[in-house]
Each structure stands twice: as C-alpha cells, then as structure tokens.
Design a binder for this molecule. Structure first.
Ligand SMILES: Cc1ncc(C[n+]2csc(CCOP(=O)(O)OP(=O)(O)O)c2C)c(N)n1
Length: 676
C-alpha cells in the first residue's frame, strides 16, 4: 500500500490539504513512474486526461471502491486502452481492493494485474478489456443499453446509473465508433457520457495528417448532445459533467481539449509523448514543472487521503441500494444474479429436454436456423434474461420469436428484442457490453459470412470469457443464388482458430437444441451457432443426454460394430454422410458416421473417448468449407470432401453437385480409401 498520513513524503509548499491539481498530478506521476520502470507503455494519455479523470472519479462518478461489483455503480470505460496506467492509478488511489502500489510497480510484467492494456478480470475497476481502439466506446453503448433494459425491468431504485467513456482521437476514427455512436443516438441512451480526449495527437503526429472531421457536428448529426471544455480546467469539467448528468434525453459528447503528456517539459503536446516517456531528464523536468517532490511511486499522505475519501463517496449510496434490493425481494435478486440466469439451470435443462423429444418426433425437414428459432420459442419463457437481436436479418436469422412482442425502442426499454440495424460490428461490441453489464444473456444474428464484420469483437468476447451467443445463419454454399459474396467458405476454420470460442454447427433439430444448451451453460465462453439456410433431414434421436456436448459422437455405428471406414461430418453435411454410408452399405462397405458439432468440445474429451469415436479405420471428413483445421482429426492417408475455393451463384443443390459435396462423391472417396 502507499504512504498515508504522517511520515509520508510531502510536496514542497504543501499546506496539508490536497488540491484537485495535486490529485491529478498523483495520477500523472504514477503513470510516468510505472511506464518508466516498465520501460514501455503510454505516458501521454494518462498525463493529459488526469484532470478530467480527477473530477470524474473525485467528485462526480458514483462508485464504491470497496465493492467493485455493485450492480448499480456507474460504469467507466477507458476506450483509449493504451492509457491503461490511468485506470490502474485511479484504482490504486481510490483504494479498490486487490490493487496495491506493488501492482503498479509490476506494470506490464508477466502475471501482474496491471497488463499493458486494461484486461477485464485482472485489475479491479476495469469494466472491459480495451486496447483495440473503438471497441471500448462500442462496449459502453452496450452497457448503457443494458442499464436502460434493467432499469425498465427492475425500476430506478435498483438500476439507474451512468456510463462514462474516455475515448481518444483514435477511437473516434475507427469505423466501429460510427456504428456505436449511431446506435446510441438512435436509442437515445442519455446516460452515456463520452469524454473525448481532444489532444489532436496520434502516433504518427498531429491528427490533421489524417482526419478533418468536425466531431461535434458528427455527434450532433447522430443525435447526441455536445459540449466542449478546457480539459485542464477542473471547474469547467465539473460543470460540463453536471450539465450532462442533468439531461438524459440524448447521449453526451464532452470534447475535452487537452495537452498530451501534460507537464513534460519538452515532449508535452507532441506525438513523442504518446508512448513511453523514459528519458531521465524529461522525467525529472516533469517533476519540477509540476512541483512534485515525492519519490517515485510515493503519494504524499494528504493526497492519498483525499483520493481514498473519494473512493468511499459511494459507500452510503451502495448501502442504501442494498436495502432497496432486500426490500425488492427474491425476483429482483434473481434478475441480478451472476452469471445472468443463475438459478434457472433446471428449467433450461427441462425445456431443452422437451424440445429434443418433440423435435425427434417431428419428421419435417427444416433448416437449422428454423430449429434454432423453435428452440428459442421454448427458452424465452424460462430464461427471460435472453436478450435477442439481429443486424437487420431478423427473419433470415430466426432470432425473433412469438415471445418477442415488444422491440427495444428509444424511450421504451421494456422490450426483449433489439434491431441493431446494419451494424454487425457495433452489434457484437454492444453485446459484449450487455454481457459485461450483467443481468442479461445477449444473442444476435447475421449471416456467417459477415462474422468477419464482427470478428474484432468476437475476439474480445472470447478473451474476456463472456457468454455472448452469435447466431450465424446461411453457413455454407447452401446460401445458393446470392453467390460467393454471401457464401462462407473459410469462416468456420477461421472462427475455430480463435481460443475460447465454441463453434457449434448442429446437424438437425435435436443437435440445435443441444447446441443452444451448450451456449447457455458455457458461462465463461462465447458461442457461435452456425446454422443452415435450407432444410436438413432429422438424423438424431431425442435421447436425454446432450451428445453434442462431447463435441463429436458416433451417430451411426457400422454394421456389426466393425468399421471399414469412418465418415466425419458437421451440420448440413451429416445428412450427406449418412446417405453415403447407406450407399456403401449396399456395396458391403461398413461405414460409421461421426457427427462433430464442435471441434473445441471434442478436443477437450479424454484420449480414450476420442480414439473410440474416430476409430482406426480410414477416415473421410465432409464439410462445405475449407479443409484447414480438419487435419487435427485426419491422418495423411485420410480424405477431406469440401471446398477449396470460393463458391458461386446458383441454386444450392446445383452448387453442392458442382463442388462435389454429395453422397455419391463421399461414397466414392470412401471406397477408394478402403481399397488403398
Ligand atoms: C484498432 C487499433 N489500431 C491501432 C492501434 C495502435 N494504436 C494504439 S494508440 C494509437 C493512436 C491513438 O491515438 P489517440 O487515440 O489520439 O491516442 P493519444 O495519442 O492521444 O494517446 C494507435 C494507432 C490500436 N491500439 N488499435
């Protein structure tokens, strides 16, 4: 812990009462010292925004450093994540549990809480992982939306808070910021306040090298309120924040004109200050300029005391909130349970079990996207935390059910379905924010081919271990006439390459129900449901056990239990594999069919189970995508039937024949394997 009270270092001329400037300088010094010690990082942004952060955390924001998880706390997102020392300095100074001065000294070192960029779940007070510019502001839109949704469900006594963002020039240049700003303006998320670090500097130099946007006009045009302040004038910052807090009709942009690296004698205001200030003379010069006499990593007692007092400002509010929660009763507590939906496991399992039994008995040939919709019909009533949506493909994705009678709209957040608009990236980032906020399980749809538009945010769902469910339909050349622009080919492979992501490709209605169960019960992992456009045959019985949860299983055993060949397939190709096995059987070739809805879950099975499923016989894998990744399950002599180039525009059945993904071709491949 830092120095406090008597014996602490004192500032030259210090009268024993910390001023706002002293408090801001404490942030500057900690940021500078930590970056200098690590010999890497970003000094300039925390030094430039220290005054804004001091007013926000010192006087305005409602949080309780003793209870980082208080559900009604104001959220703070450092979208300009490279300035991570700002958030670490604030967490330490305000007295969050679980972060001490030693953690600041180990900034950017292996195993420390103070990673190079803020990582959710590492240091307290970090509400989301940031660093990829633009993601934070888009996450914050999701958080602000989550706040309104829970406010509508639980009432203002339990959920009524602001979401603050510090965003830099870089965040505002990123494309995802457009989608996020536009969505927030459309929905009128008036409790979202973005503090733009308007320092007019990026890495390459001055912003006028690359951007001339009138940001104020841009935000206004998107339906935001705006203000501009001197980002080093504490009174002006406070007044702006109070104005913004008092009017929740629209989201707010507060442009804070700042000097990057404020206090550094020769580097302030230049792009050199963006990165690590490590030069000893510059660091000494900054100390002198700011009148800071304490040693590195030492915060004079009165200043630390003032910060610690700020960290306790919210304790009374938190205690009052807890009393409200107790009064509100068990349903409110359930709605705020963590993870969202905790306590509903039995009801979900029962709904899935019933769905499977009904689907197995249903002989209709349906697309898995339709089965998915039918699963949702059954899940919504038992899991009201599910918050649906689509990026303008609602009908195609099957994401909306008869239980979605009200859509989320400006001024009325009591609905349970979000029209994200044609904003795939913004949707994915907002879903991360919804999941981070708590109380909701977001799922959202688009075509699998446009998962590329979501990818940076999917990666962060996976990295943050968030339960976000991506409903990606039209998952192969089966898209048909829309052609190669709309036909995913490499997408399953590229998503499977991502750590901590379930990529689930169910074969029929029963597997679709099982995959939804996997997605909901995977509380520390996002899931992708890859679903077909067209009808698939029913291939599964409705056995109670979730067979998809093992990743792969023998769907059709070879005659007499002895295999000549193993056919492995996913999704719509499982039906093809079964048809091929039947053809082979007529020729006396005994084929087992393995359905493999998830590589990740199969990989996690014990060796014995995996050997048992895959067997010793020659193998052929069938998937209407590229072969990449399949060699984990195939040996050199085995074969892959799939795609090796982009698709084409034609009716789906014709395309399958054209690209040779047919039962005939699979049987032929298997026969050749058996002969070899
Ligand atoms: C998506 C993405 N692209 C590039 C980077 C690398 N990068 C980190 S900071 C930065 C410049 C950001 O400029 P600004 O937001 O003005 O921050 P400041 O220079 O004021 O600290 C860049 C390009 C990144 N972190 N994320």
């Amino acid at each position: 812990m830092g120095l406090s009270g008597a014996g602490a270092g004192t500032l030259a001329g210090h009268k024993g009462v910390a001023s706002q400037k002293d408090m801001a300088n404490a942030i500057r010094m900690l940021a500078m010292d930590a970056v200098a010690k690590a010999k890497s990082g970003h000094s300039g942004m925390p030094m430039g925004m220290a005054d804004v952060a001091t007013v926000l955390f010192g006087q305005v924001m409602r949080y309780d450093a003793a209870d980082a998880a208080w559900p009604n706390r104001d959220r703070f997102v450092l979208s300009a994540g490279h300035g991570s020392m700002l958030i670490y300095a604030l967490a330490y100074l305000t007295g969050y549990e679980g972060i001490g001065i030693e953690d600041l000294k180990s900034f950017r070192q292996l195993g420390s809480k103070t990673a190079g960029h803020p990582e959710f779940g590492h240091a307290p007070g970090v509400e989301t992982t940031t660093g990829p510019l633009g993601q934070g502001i888009a996450n914050a839109v999701g958080m602000a939306l989550g706040e309104r949704l829970l406010n509508a469900r639980l009432g203002g006594a339990l959920i009524d808070h602001h979401t603050y963002v510090i965003a830099g020039d870089g965040c505002l240049m990123e494309g995802v910021s457009h989608e996020a700003i536009s969505l927030a303006g459309h929905l009128g998320l008036g409790k979202l306040i973005v503090l733009w670090d308007d320092n007019r500097i990026t890495i390459d130099g001055k912003t006028d090298l690359s951007v001339s946007d009138d940001q104020i006009a841009r935000f206004k045009a998107s339906g935001w309120n705006t203000l501009s302040v001197d980002g080093h004038d504490h009174d002006a910052i406070k007044a702006a924040l109070e104005t913004a807090r008092a009017d929740s009709s629209k989201p707010w942009l507060i442009a804070c004109r700042t000097i990057i690296g404020y206090g550094a004698p020769t580097k302030a205001g230049t792009s050199t200050a963006h990165g690590a200030l490590t030069d000893a003379a510059e660091i000494q010069g900054t100390r002198e300029k700011l009148g800071w006499t304490a040693a590195p990593f030492e915060i004079p007692g009165p200043i630390l005391d003032a910060w610690r007092a700020a960290g306790k400002r919210g304790a009374v509010l938190n205690a009052a909130w807890k009393a409200e929660l107790a009064k509100a009763g068990p349903e409110a507590a359930q709605a705020l349970a963590s993870p969202a939906g905790a306590g509903r496991e039995k009801a979900v399992a029962e709904a899935i079990r019933e769905a499977k039994a009904a689907f197995a008995a249903d002989t209709a040939k349906r697309a898995t996207r339709v089965w998915s919709q039918l699963v949702l019909e059954r899940l919504l009533p038992v899991l009201p935390e599910l918050m649906g949506g689509s990026a303008d493909l609602t009908g195609s994705n099957g994401t909306k059910t008869k239980h979605h009678t009200k859509v989320v709209a400006r001024g009325d957040f009591s609905g349970n379905y979000i029209h994200y608009g044609v904003r795939e990236h913004g949707m994915a980032a907002a879903m991360n924010g919804l999941a981070l906020h708590g109380g909701l399980i977001p799922y959202g749809g688009t075509f699998l081919v446009f998962s590329d538009y979501c990818r940076p945010s999917i990666r962060l769902s996976a990295l943050m271990r968030l339960r976000v469910i991506y409903v990606f339909t039209h998952d192969s050349i089966g898209v048909g006439e829309d052609g190669p622009t709309h036909q995913p080919v490499e997408h399953l492979a590229s998503l499977r390459a991502m750590p901590n992501l379930n990529v689930l490709r169910p074969a029929d209605g029963v597997e679709t129900a099982e995959c939804w169960e996997i997605a909901i019960t995977s509380t520390t992992r996002p899931s992708v449901l890859a679903l077909t456009r067209d009808g698939v045959p029913n291939v599964r019985d409705g056995a109670a056990e979730n067979r998809s949860a093992r990743g792969a299983y023998v769907l059709r055993a070879a005659e007499g239990g002895k295999r000549d060949v193993t056919l492995i397939a996913t999704g719509s190709e499982v039906g093809i594999a079964i048809e091929a096995a039947e053809r082979l059987s007529k020729d006396g070739v005994r084929a087992a069919v393995v359905s493999m809805p998830s590589f990740e879950l199969f990989r996690a099975q014990p060796d014995g189970y995996r050997f048992e499923v895959l067997g010793d016989a020659p193998r052929a894998a069938i998937e209407a995508g590229v072969a990449q990744g399949w060699h984990e399950w195939l040996r050199q002599s085995d074969r892959f039937v799939g795609m090796s180039d982009f698709g084409a525009s034609a009716p789906a059945g014709e395309l399958y024949r054209h690209f040779g993904i047919t039962a005939e071709r699979v049987a032929e491949t298997a026969r050749a394997l058996v002969k070899d």
